[in-house]
Write a protein that binds this ligand. Structure first.
Ligand code: SF4
Length: 61
């Protein structure tokens, strides 16, 4: 099985349930292009893993 890279993810989306002290604590992170699926700049990308703290206040990782 192929190994996947593991990186430190700094993130300022403080209302995400995976965010703690401006770092991401999700076990896996998925980022996709918005709209028609082709990003021209970083503004065209979105973190699909985001879940609002209002939906779930617990970090389950
Ligand atoms: S899941 Fe996405 S939005 Fe949430 S802390 Fe991680 S990088 Fe940020």
């Amino acid at each position: 099985m192929a190994k996947h890279p593991r990186i430190e993810v700094k993130c300022s989306v403080s209302n995400c349930k995976y965010n703690k002290d401006n770092y991401c604590f999700a076990n896996k992170l998925e980022v996709n292009a918005m709209g028609d699926g082709y990003a021209k700049t970083s503004d065209g990308t979105v973190c699909t893993t985001f879940i609002s703290q209002l939906d779930d206040n617990q970090i389950n990782s």
